[in-house]
Write a protein that binds this ligand. Structure first.
Ligand SMILES: [Cu+2]
Length: 442
């Protein structure tokens, strides 16, 4: 099949959100947050959904287009929407916004040039995030750009895989225990696009998997035995060239854009390998199959792209400030802190100057891993415990291993306003491991 024949195919995902072109040239998307009773792992379960599906529908955006996303709240509780990873104005992607039951709001912005990548959306109302996400509220968001229109990626078979987990108790999503708030709750059902161990049928050739970890707390050490994972993108950006990995850690909130060469028909298993993120031990304890990839069709060549997109080198000598952020927890009651303080809505924790580069030293002295996330401003890892990052990459979620110190370079460009940094084990975020950052030109 030629490139031109496949280039127009949308990525494969169970639900694509309908786009409506308005007379003013804006593309309109409508999301309704509402409860629904769905079959999850063969059990009828009351979950929370966007537009009735688990996970929510795919928001497919193009670089440069003007979009308006309307959020209607048909939940019994307040909610809001975070467009995770998108570098758009903080006044638009504002987690302080409260959408009351029965109310609606809209998020309007231009999709930035150069932002082609893998994103997702979920609620971000402090104190309610964990339960709303765990009960089902999340969905994938892709931005497509020039690399999707021609060349090897345009010819690749593209599939969106949202990883989440859930426990069911009497037809409802199981409650959190106090211990769950400390450790971060892992559901007993491992879901891919809302299904337990589904089979995905793909054609021979180059297969592109857009992986999103939408779990509240579960880590995935992913592997596809017999095949390398050729990582071409992490979070909302491409790498410079594919990086072959035997396994790939995907922490909550993190995304990976992966190519698999499937030149002949056969069966592959996407595994989640044991990974110990807390002293309580690895979870899962044995490799678990998340998904079966059923490859069908005549043998064909699958050529990897050799280059993708240049990644700027940041010069840390030009940084105007170096800061230390320390992530810790405490008991009785279970709570989490950044630099010794639990989150407070109205407190500005850090003030940074727009159009400057900062170096942040992220310290995790606690006995468990914490995934660090910063809104709106992508950053690059400089070193992990003093070891330079193996290749340059723009990130918005990175894991901080227990005991580890990670240095990152953060350019505060283009936007001003208030953004948040937090742990993406959202139990920890809701219990205080979050801070407000004010970006100002004054
Ligand atoms: Cu954490």
């Amino acid at each position: 099949m030629s490139t031109s024949e496949t280039a127009s195919l949308p990525p494969s995902y169970p639900h694509l959100l309908t786009r409506e072109r308005l007379p003013d040239g804006v593309t309109l998307f409508t999301l309704e947050a509402r409860p629904a009773t769905l079959s999850v792992g063969d059990q009828e379960t009351r979950v929370l959904t966007y537009n009735g599906t688990l996970p929510g529908p795919l928001l497919l955006l193009e670089e440069g287009e003007r979009v308006r996303i309307v959020l209607r709240n048909a939940l019994p509780d307040a909610t809001n929407l975070h467009l995770h990873g998108l570098p758009i104005p903080p006044a638009v992607d504002d987690p302080h916004r409260v959408v009351a039951p029965g109310a609606e709001t809209s998020y309007e912005f231009t999709v930035p040039e150069g932002s082609a990548g893998t994103y997702w959306y979920h609620p971000h109302l402090h104190g309610s995030v964990t339960r709303q996400l765990f009960e089902g509220l999340s969905g994938p968001l892709l931005v497509r750009g020039p690399l999707e229109r021609s060349g090897p990626l345009a010819a690749a078979w593209e599939h969106v895989l949202v990883l989440s987990d859930l426990s069911i108790d009497n037809g409802r999503v199981a409650d959190h225990t106090e211990m769950d708030w400390g450790r971060g709750k892992e559901g007993s059902l491992l879901l891919v696009n809302g299904q337990v161990r589904p089979t995905l049928t793909v054609r021979t050739g180059l297969v592109r998997l857009r992986l999103i970890n939408a779990s509240t707390a579960r880590y995935h050490q992913l592997a596809l035995p017999g095949r390398a994972l050729h990582v071409i993108g992490q979070d909302g950006a491409f790498l410079e060239a594919p990086v072959a990995m035997e396994s790939l850690l995907l922490v909550p909130g993190e995304r990976a854009d992966v190519l698999v060469t499937a030149e002949e028909a056969g069966t592959l298993q996407l595994l989640s390998l044991p990974y110990a993120r807390t002293p309580a031990g690895p979870s899962p304890r044995e490799p678990v199959a998340l998904l079966t990839l059923q490859v069908e069709g005549a043998p064909t060549r699958a050529d990897l792209p050799t280059t993708l997109r240049p990644v700027e080198r940041l010069d840390e000598r030009s940084a105007v400030a170096t800061r230390t952020l320390t992530f810790t927890g405490a008991m009785n009651p279970i709570r989490f802190m950044v630099n010794g303080r639990t989150y407070e809505h109205h407190r500005t924790d850090l003030t940074v100057k727009a159009d400057t580069l900062e170096v942040w030293e992220l310290r995790n002295p606690s006995p468990m891993d914490h995934p660090f996330h910063l809104h709106v401003f992508p950053f690059q890892v400089l070193t992990r415990d003093g070891v330079p990052a193996p290749f340059p990459a723009w990130r918005d979620v990175i894991n901080l291993r227990a005991g580890e110190t990670v240095r990152i370079a953060v350019p505060f460009r283009e936007h001003t306003g208030d953004v948040m940094l937090h742990c993406h084990i959202v139990e920890h975020e809701d219990r205080g491991m979050m801070a407000n950052v004010r970006v100002t030109r004054d």
